[in-house]
Design a protein around this ligand. Structure first.
Ligand SMILES: Cc1ncc(COP(=O)(O)O)c(C=O)c1O
Length: 397
């Protein structure tokens, strides 16, 4: 038969972890694996602002005909302002354009194909480690993948090593940077570090691609945009991929954007014509529902303020879980060893636990996390911090 020679590829290890967790009968189990936000009840809720916006759409939307290749202009406007700032000179000069995409993943794939087709021969530089899908998206598009060091085997951010390697990158290559809440490590660059990276990007004439998947989960909606705006204001050209999956809770509605900043408004039109062309061959036109929800929320001061409060509540819950876990480890003499959990930002933490310790946590304590020691902090039940700390202390003996 035609399909006889087709073998099986292994599934995503995180999905396997989810299955194992679901099958574990222990009522005291912890799911620190899958990368979605969870509330105090272990649920991934739909924000109230999203529910209200959806209701408005149900009442008012009168067509589901196709939208344009770049998506809805109303969505483009609000995302540009959310990411670059309402007072951005780039927006005023019409040098920043939004293409609506199916999630942040779609924006990354569109970027990868854009690089392959419009900047041929350019490689991309990814942090080591990075979100595994970065590796496969660029490789699949035919873009050469290179790595710069980020977090060493001692589980510390190594900015010097990062800068040294980027300093050797071929001129014109693309460097992918996580705007905030680095996935998988949780280690973010300081403002000073960002300025130093900017100097290297400028010196080496690199094209920055900033992946902005967790706006609002680090230090706040505006604060998290600091690095992206620093680059956008200082450089003539860059790419930004933005995701509404986490901060709007719109995961399955596949809502995201690729923002391109160009040197002139005219050049932006050229670049956008290429993007629409590439997108046409990928998904034709983007999904609408999530983007319409985002445009509704950000276009209405009341809904926007409700949403901003809801994002802030998610952010604070994660920050409290981080400091709570470090405190709960104190009686075990482990505060110092795990202090980095309080310093990291966003949902993820490179805990520094070894694959063997991760296995022991899973086999003996029903604590599920990725084999690299990456934990989703948002998955912690705040009422059982002591139990989790005990389990960690057990496997660290
Ligand atoms: C670093 C990073 N970039 C991009 C994404 C894309 O998210 P989505 O396609 O769900 O919007 C994710 C999601 O986990 C991520 O962690």
């Amino acid at each position: 038969m035609h399909f006889d020679a087709i073998g099986r590829v292994p599934g995503d290890p995180i999905l396997g972890l989810m299955e194992a967790y679901a099958q574990d009968p222990n009522p005291r189990k912890f799911d620190l694996g899958v990368g979605v936000y969870k509330d105090a009840f272990g649920l991934t809720p739909i924000p109230q602002a999203v529910k209200l916006a959806e209701q408005r759409l149900v009442d008012r939307q009168n067509t589901k005909t196709y939208i344009g290749g770049h998506g809805e202009p109303a969505f483009g406007k609000v995302i540009n302002e959310l990411v670059l700032g309402a007072d951005s000179a780039l927006i005023a000069e019409q040098r920043a354009g939004v293409t609506q995409t199916p999630g942040g993943t779609g924006a990354l794939r569109l970027s990868a194909d854009f690089i392959a087709q419009c900047l041929p021969g350019r490689g991309v530089w990814l942090s080591n480690p990075t979100w595994p899908i970065h590796e496969t998206i660029f490789a699949t598009a035919g873009v050469k993948v290179n790595h710069y060091p980020y977090v060493g085997s001692d589980n510390r951010l190594d900015v010097e090593a990062m800068l040294a390697v980027l300093n050797e990158a071929p001129k014109g290559d693309v460097v992918l940077l996580h705007a905030c809440c680095h996935n998988p490590t949780g280690f973010d660059l300081s403002h000073d570090d960002w300025r130093r990276v900017l100097d290297v990007v400028r010196d080496r004439d690199l094209v920055p691609l900033i992946d902005f998947a967790y706006q609002g989960f680090g230090d706040g909606l505006e604060q998290d945009a600091w690095s992206t705006r620093l680059f956008a204001d200082a450089l003539p050209e860059m790419l930004i991929t933005s995701s509404c999956s986490k901060n709007f809770g719109l995961y399955r509605d596949r809502t995201g954007a690729l923002i391109v900043c160009a040197k002139t408004a005219e050049k932006l039109v050229d670049v956008r014509s290429q993007l629409a062309n590439i997108a046409r061959n990928l998904w034709s036109t983007p999904p609408d529902h999530g983007a319409a929800v985002v445009a509704t929320i950000l276009g209405d001061p009341e809904l926007k303020s409700l949403w901003a409060d809801e994002v802030e509540a998610m952010r604070l819950r994660i920050a409290q879980l981080r400091s709570g876990l470090v405190e709960a480890l104190e009686p075990h003499g482990l505060r110092e060893r795990f202090a980095h959990i309080g310093v990291q930002r966003g949902m993820f933490s490179y805990t520094g636990l070894t694959p063997d310790q991760v296995k022991q946590l899973r086999d003996h304590h029903s604590v599920y996390m990725v084999g690299t020691g990456r934990a989703n902090v948002a998955g912690i039940d705040a009422t059982r911090l002591d139990l989790l700390a005990n389990a960690i202390a057990e496997v660290c003996k």
